[in-house]
Design a protein around this ligand. Structure first.
Ligand SMILES: *Cc1c(COP(=O)(O)O)cnc(C)c1O
Length: 404
């Protein structure tokens, strides 16, 4: 038997023992949506998470949603009243935000290799381009863009985070010691300098690591500001807040992070006194709201091992499979949808319908018995789920999505 991750808070069982997603029994929701595979996102969980952020964080810290975590339009729309801005990674995401939320919130666009600037989009709205290089500044200022923040490649990273960035040669951001020169060029070109952006890592569950990163970011912003002699209107502190996926993972202590950030900001360098601060989050806001529901197509036993073969797979939920052969594959939290919270009865492996042994959604986990036709729920499917998976791999069917 292998362990699985903790089921996110906010999910409960109905009187008859079914997993509830919002006000729906999961099997009813599947039927109402026309079947599986289905991503269901629970808006109450997103709301609660945003409220936790607001309750904990100092009021001068703005919250942005990083759309790439989950660009499902109804979810982005539901987030609009809960956040102070959107962080985008493509022009398409900008169009999406415009379609679903209108031009009500500030947006910023970060990421290497941005396609050429679209003047009509900036003209329409409060858009900041976060520059990833000097060359990008040349190209964009030539293309008519006039509002820039500089993404900084800092001399530090987010320790122990899932994806280390910072402190290294990087395609992201401008090396910190070259940032003052680029800021001067922005100002000399007559463009508006919006500030600094530091994104030093992702998926951290360690409050001390996040605290240290935020402290270092504020200090670095102060040094850069002092060198150019200007106050950055805004400093985006990045995010990196993680969620528990695997056995033994503990939630990030947001109270500790906010207490330390309050202290860091109250002791900030004078030149940052009028600076606004932003935290941009994707995974932490939406990761736990999503459940991937997939139906058992076949039960088979092979050399003593029971397999539940489902109609979904890694083409929708790559991360739960271990990302194409991760060395140390671990199990996401999983349940049988109509027997949520029932006692485990048998050891099974849940495998997807793709012709590759990598299509493993849960390996040797203990679950209540599930028959052909029953839905299996895979949790933590709200961020980097469907759009972060190779949906056309093996040309299997699409997944449905719904926000409840
Ligand atoms: C992906 C990304 C985020 C969101 O990261 P999460 O781990 O989902 O919170 C935020 N900022 C930038 C610049 C990103 O590229």
């Amino acid at each position: 038997m292998k362990a699985m991750g903790p089921i996110p808070a906010g999910f409960r069982a109905s009187d008859d023992g079914s997993l509830m997603v919002g006000d729906w029994r999961a099997p009813d929701l599947v039927a109402a949506q026309g079947g599986t595979p289905l991503f269901a996102y629970d808006r109450a969980i997103v709301k609660a998470q945003a409220a936790r952020f607001r309750a904990a964080m100092p009021p001068e810290v703005a919250l942005h949603y990083a759309v790439k975590a989950n660009p499902y339009a109804p979810l982005v729309k539901a987030l609009a009243p809960l956040v102070d801005g959107f962080d985008l990674a493509s022009w398409r995401e900008l169009e999406l935000v415009r379609e679903v939320a209108g031009w009500t919130l500030p947006v910023s666009f970060a990421g290497p290799g941005k396609p050429d600037f679209k003047p009509d989009l900036q003209a329409a709205r409060d858009l900041t381009v976060n520059l990833e290089s000097e060359g990008e500044f040349d190209r964009f200022v030539h293309g008519g863009s006039d509002r820039f923040a500089v993404r900084v490649n800092p001399p530090f990273g987010l320790k122990g985070s899932g994806m280390k960035m910072g402190g290294l040669a990087s395609q992201f951001g401008v090396d910190h010691d070259r940032v003052p020169a680029l800021v001067r060029r922005i100002v000399e070109a007559g463009a508006e300098w919006r500030g600094l952006h530091v994104y030093a890592g992702s998926q951290s569950l360690r409050a001390e690591a996040v605290i240290e990163m935020q402290r270092a970011t504020v200090a670095l912003a102060g040094e850069i500001a002092a060198e150019v002699g200007l106050t950055p209107p805004e400093v985006n502190l990045g995010g990196g807040f993680g969620i528990p996926y695997f056995a033994g993972d503990k939630p990030l202590d947001i109270g500790a992070v906010s207490a330390a950030l309050t202290e860091t900001l109250s002791a900030r360098p004078v030149i940052l006194r009028d600076t606004k601060f932003v935290i941009e989050l994707g995974r932490w806001l939406v990761g736990e709201c999503g459940v991937y529901l997939t139906r058992v197509i076949d039960r088979k036993v092979s050399r003593g091992k029971t397999f539940l073969v489902v109609d979904g797979g890694l083409h929708h939920m790559l991360a739960a499979s271990g990302n194409f052969g991760q060395l140390l594959r671990r199990n996401y939290p999983v349940a049988v949808a109509h027997r949520f919270g029932a006692e485990p009865e048998e050891e099974v492996s849940v495998v997807g319908c793709l012709c590759t042994p990598l299509d493993l959604l849960a390996d040797e986990v203990m679950l209540p018995r599930a028959e052909v036709g029953d839905a299996i729920a895979i949790f933590c499917a709200g961020a980097y789920g469907l759009t972060a998976s190779p949906q056309t791999f093996l040309s299997q069917g699409a997944a449905r999505e719904v926000l409840v």
